[in-house]
Design a protein around this ligand. Structure first.
Ligand code: RIB
Length: 308
């Protein structure tokens, strides 16, 4: 695939400790499995797209520190265009403190740093990626005004826009109208709609509420259960592949990256969701964020092994 995807978003250095179980409030626990991985939802999604073969521009902001170098190295090694990653020495590069429990579940705290200094003005003067992109992919680890501006510019350029509303926060109605595909997980869907999401039916009800607010398509990602697509033509559930989870960090990023690549290749939304579901399943079988994204060859091998 050689589609053009534009990602505007965050870049973090992930500091990851693997623990037997999460500590309770006030409790100290010991472990001895620690690693640093390049991460950040924006950067992870950009790497996912590039590893799957898309041409990817990534607009982000880092500090002037050692993490910048490491993050840019990882992005470039995977083929992401990094020329539009600016720096600002007045804050540190984003950092994520991650605990991964036996069984693969995670808890994440992000220190935003320079991600929150990526402003609408940083998008001005770079018309090329907005004109070239077939798909623009955004998340919520950067200021909301920047997300809004990027969505507007991308729509003006004719791109399909995907917003992965993670981490969850309230979104202005004006922004929802610029989104072609909204991809909340269950918690984010609940927060955006105000409807409690506990199963497929309540997820559908919440998604319909978001359609009424102006979003064209809602895809609710439901972890190891699968994903639910809701739009004007109705709803459809896509079962997840059964895999042994090692680390669920960035599974949502794998889903969104793969969705963008597939839509960019001209696939229908349902085809793209089927692909994204399987790429997300692959990612939970590997440790780390960007390290868990497959190339197309690795993905095809994985699918073959699932058939055996
Ligand atoms: O989605 C996973 C990502 O969330 C991690 O890489 C971490 O940096 C946080 O942004």
């Amino acid at each position: 695939m050689n589609e053009s995807v534009l990602v505007v978003g965050s870049a973090n250095m992930d500091l990851v400790a693997r623990v037997r179980r999460f500590p309770n409030p006030g409790e100290t626990i010991l472990c001895n499995d620690f690693a640093m991985y390049p991460g950040g939802k924006g950067a992870n999604q950009a790497v996912c797209c590039a590893k799957l073969g898309a041409r990817v521009d990534f607009i982000a902001k880092t500090g002037d520190d050692i993490f910048r170098e490491r993050l840019i190295q990882s992005l470039s090694r995977h083929g992401v265009r990094t020329a539009l990653i600016s720096s600002d020495g007045s804050a540190s590069t984003g950092v994520a403190l991650i605990l991964v429990e036996d069984g693969g579940q995670n808890e994440i705290t992000v220190v935003s740093g320079t991600n929150m200094l990526l402003l609408p003005a940083d998008l001005e003067g770079h018309p090329r990626p907005f004109k070239e992109a077939r798909v623009a992919l955004l998340q919520l680890e950067i200021p909301l005004e920047t997300v809004m501006k990027a969505l507007q510019l991308a729509k003006m350029g004719g791109a399909i826009t995907i917003l992965n509303p993670a981490p969850a926060r309230d979104l202005p109605l004006a922004l929802l109208r610029f989104i072609d595909v909204l991809t909340p997980n269950e918690t984010e869907c609940e927060m955006l709609s105000g409807i409690r999401v506990v199963d497929e039916d309540s997820a559908e009800e919440a998604a319909v509420n978001l359609l009424r607010k102006g979003v064209k398509n809602v895809v609710v990602t439901m972890g190891d259960k699968g994903a639910l697509r809701v739009n004007a033509s109705g709803s459809r559930f896509f079962d997840a592949l059964r895999v042994e989870a090692v680390d669920t960090t960035a599974a949502g990023d794998a889903f969104n990256g793969a969705l963008a690549v597939s839509l960019g290749a001209g696939k229908t939304l349902d085809e793209a969701i089927g692909f994204a579901n399987s790429v997300a399943a692959f990612s939970v079988t590997r440790k780390g964020a960007q390290t868990s994204m497959p190339t197309m060859d690795e993905f095809n091998e994985f699918l073959k092994s699932q058939e055996d």
